[in-house]
Design a binder for this molecule. Structure first.
Ligand SMILES: Cc1cc2nc3c(=O)[nH]c(=O)nc-3n(C[C@H](O)[C@H](O)[C@H](O)COP(=O)(O)O)c2cc1C
Length: 208
């Protein structure tokens, strides 16, 4: 069964642009994949701890040798990784925060990038284990970071996420950006007009 994992990370609730895009993606995806399932993970309401020494020690301890404390330390990581393994497609809503990703999404990445589960080290170096997956990143930013402009060098969101997903084995990554959301603050542009081109791109990509 086709399964879409929909991840949101904006803290802005109904005011969020990236959430409107992930909603559109999920609804178009459902229409195109009858019988498919959508699993939602909201990072704004999921309490994800920062990794610590206990976590790292547990991750590098063979599963059978982990004590109860180590098993507990990895419980949330196990659950989040299971969601990635189950789904064959991911859509992730990403607001730009301080030229990078929201801290909640970084906490999620630190939990799911795990040796022996989502990547391994072999003779040829690191190998991603989430193979055969497809990801769509829906990125909203207040400014415009168009390729070839001086602003582009300040966009640490998309190169970083491509690197992380590639490291985990997800190389089929599409990025759709809704840039310049700051214009909406001025009240000179209404959200529907602003969103229309991005929603159209999302709709057609989700239907593939
Ligand atoms: C804490 C915070 C930091 C932000 N930092 C940036 C930034 O560095 N560059 C930028 O272009 N926009 C920045 N913005 C604006 C957001 O990218 C913009 O509001 C975008 O629409 C967020 O996505 P969302 O609407 O889904 O929350 C920031 C917004 C917040 C709340």
């Amino acid at each position: 069964m086709a399964t879409l994992l929909k991840i949101d990370s904006s803290p802005m609730g109904e005011h969020s642009i990236s959430r409107k895009l992930t909603e559109q993606f999920a609804s178009s995806w459902r229409k195109a994949h009858s019988g498919g399932a959508v699993v939602s993970r909201d990072l704004a309401t999921t309490n994800i701890p920062a990794v610590n020494g206990l976590w790292v020690g547990a991750a590098y301890t063979p599963q059978d040798a982990r004590n109860p404390e180590q098993q507990k330390a990895l419980a949330i990581s196990d659950a989040l990784i299971a969601e990635l393994q189950l789904a064959n497609e991911y859509v992730i809503g990403v607001p730009m925060h301080n030229f990078g990703i929201p801290s909640t999404l970084k906490l999620w990445i630190d939990q799911v990038a795990r040796v022996g589960k989502t990547f391994s080290y072999g003779a040829d170096g690191p190998k991603g284990l989430l193979t055969g997956k497809k990801a769509t990143l829906l990125v909203a930013s207040g400014g415009v970071y168009e390729h070839g402009t001086a602003m582009a060098s300040l966009n640490f969101v998309t190169p970083y996420l491509r690197a992380v997903f590639g490291f985990l084995g997800v190389t089929d990554v599409t990025i759709i950006a809704a840039e310049g959301t700051a214009q909406l603050m001025s009240g000179n542009l209404d959200p529907q007009t602003f969103l229309a081109p991005s929603l159209e791109k999302v709709q057609s990509h989700a239907s593939l």
